[in-house]
Design a protein. Structure first.
Ligand code: MN
Length: 253
């Protein structure tokens, strides 16, 4: 089994090391990851300058590009054979609800799916990673068990990627795996007005507080309840329920 590992936190990120450790017994790993942090770059593709892979060991490459670039480069140029799975993560921070629209971690899995490869995005729903780093270590064994199960499914669901969030708990405290849907989140005060060193007005996006809402079956509720959350996602953004009623917009009055 050939496994392509990537992330959006950069090739040196601890979460990627944890993913590699979790997945190593399950197949042959190739790592193609950005050379620096690319969080919240979503599904962006580098079009206006070339990208350069640098070999950092056997089947290990860093790329001066986005997570999407990495997956494309890996599949179409760097790997001698196509991977059986794309694994992206483990992201430093949750990717739940609308996060998936900004996330480079999830986008790498989307790119895998676009190329027809079963793909899984994995994120650690801990807050401050410096404080929670040993907790991320504790996720390796449960993550390996989960991946083992998914990788051995008789058929991976078609046109689907799996978005996994790991709860910020000690290994033995994790209560199991729950299948979920995306919740909703509201960021407050995440745009900070400030001044640059020359007294000019600038803004910094980030920080603030997050509130979550969603039903029992949503991703953040699973994390809150101590479960690993697994959300199946697809790329078709069509609002199928609206389609029928929208027909009337073009009917003569
Ligand atoms: Mn990230």
């Amino acid at each position: 089994m050939r496994l392509l590992c990537t992330n959006d936190d950069g090739i040196l990120a601890y979460g990627l090391a944890c993913l590699i450790e979790a997945a190593e017994p399950l197949g042959e790993i190739t790592v193609v990851a950005p050379d620096r942090e690319q969080s919240a770059t979503s599904h962006s593709l580098t079009l206006h300058h070339p990208i350069r892979p640098i070999e950092r060991g056997e089947r290990r490459f860093q790329v001066d590009g986005t997570p999407t670039d990495c997956v494309m480069l890996a599949v179409e140029a760097l790997m001698s054979e196509r991977p059986d799975f794309v694994l992206s993560g483990v992201n430093h921070g949750q990717n739940m609800g609308e996060d998936v629209l900004y996330s480079g971690t999830v986008a790498a899995a989307m790119e895998g799916l676009s190329l027809g490869i079963p793909s899984i995005a994995i994120s650690f729903a801990g807050g401050d990673l410096r404080a929670d780093v040993s907790m991320l270590r504790d996720q390796i064994v449960p993550l390996r068990q989960l991946l083992k199960r998914i990788l051995s499914l008789p058929s991976f669901p078609k046109d689907t990627l799996l978005n996994v969030n790991l709860p910020p708990l000690r290994g033995e405290e994790i209560r199991g795996v729950r299948l979920t849907r995306l919740g909703r989140r509201v960021y407050s005060d995440s745009l900070k007005p400030m001044q640059d060193p020359w007294g000019r007005q600038i803004y910094w996006i980030g920080g603030g507080s997050i509130e979550w809402s969603g039903e029992e079956s949503s991703d953040f509720r699973a994390i809150e309840d101590g479960f690993i959350s697994v959300t199946p996602l697809h790329l078709d953004l069509t609002h199928h329920e609206i389609l029928a009623s929208a027909e009337s917009w073009w009917q003569p009055q």
